[in-house]
Design a protein around this ligand. Sequence first.
Ligand code: FE2
Ligand code: FE2
Length: 372
Amino acid sequence: MRFSTSSAEALEILSAEPFDVIVSDLRMPQMDGAQLLAEVKRLHPQVVRIILSGQVEQETTFKSVQLAHQSLSKPCDVDILKHTLNKLFGLRNLLVDESIKRIVSQIETLPSLPAIYTEVINELHAADPSVKKIGDIIATDLAMTAKILQVVNSAFFGLVRKISDPKEAVMLLGTETIKALVLSVKIFSEFNQKKYTWFNFDELFNHSMSVSMFAQTISKEERLDQYLVNNALMAGMFHDLGKLILVTNFQEAYQKILIVAQHEGQHLWELENDQFGTSHAEIGAYLMGLWGLDYPVIEAIAYHHCPGKSLAASTGLLTAVHFGDAYDRLKMTEDSAGKLKQLDRGYLDNLGVGHRLDDWQMVCQNLAERKV
Ligand SMILES: [Fe+2]
Ligand SMILES: [Fe+2]
């Protein structure tokens, strides 16, 4: 361990030798914690970033939370810090796992973050972001605009009148929702090619959309931090992203797995593990990690089938996505008995939310009925 008393010194230490993790204070003279972490992210992206923050300065805390993999409140108990480090390294080890590396090295085209999404993000981060400009950026892509409007006008969003202009959609649904929609619609359209007739892309898109809405509702219900509520859509939208990669890159093997899963009722992710040594959950998380998405989203995707392995100590996006996914399966043949059998009850009980399941089921049901 090395200790430093200023951001400048910390950056110097980091450039001298490799480190695994940085734990930074938030309030510091000259360069503050948020600025320091932004620099660390740029110069040493492989270093895990943790911020320690007090109760003050809400806005700075919010900014730094987006730059940190984890934020801990001060004073921080040493056991909490140790636990957090174990958890983070669990995910990091998972994502540098040999099987994932082997699979990823066989993937012909690892999709990159779509340019139109980056444009939207840049506008959102501009000094004076404009709804009109975001609408204009979206409108340059006709196919994407059509799909976004279709989704926005679906009963899920409960809008009373029909929206026909992307600017209006941004205004009514907010930039966070539009951000998630732009990325998911674009990514799904890039993968959805006529040659994979054996795979139902629309069904997966609708499932992802449902899970994202369920996850957001549960996040609100549990009064999670607004930052997490905002990210719930993203986590839900991409929880099964790895499936798209497997479908398009390992056609023959994956087609067989899907058939076995359907006919023998085995968990898809277990069959994937047997075949590839890893599953769509880790592969999707890996890709989201490459795209630089925030840690809670990556964690939720990586562990959505086995949340108990995450060592997560509090209710968060992972909990919401895990439940949303299991709930959406009720209407699919995989879980027709209506027992939410995909849920990891031990994990939910450990978090102390086992008694919340009926409530969650009810809010999801209300949302789903609005959709019909
Ligand atoms: Fe999944
Ligand atoms: Fe799923």
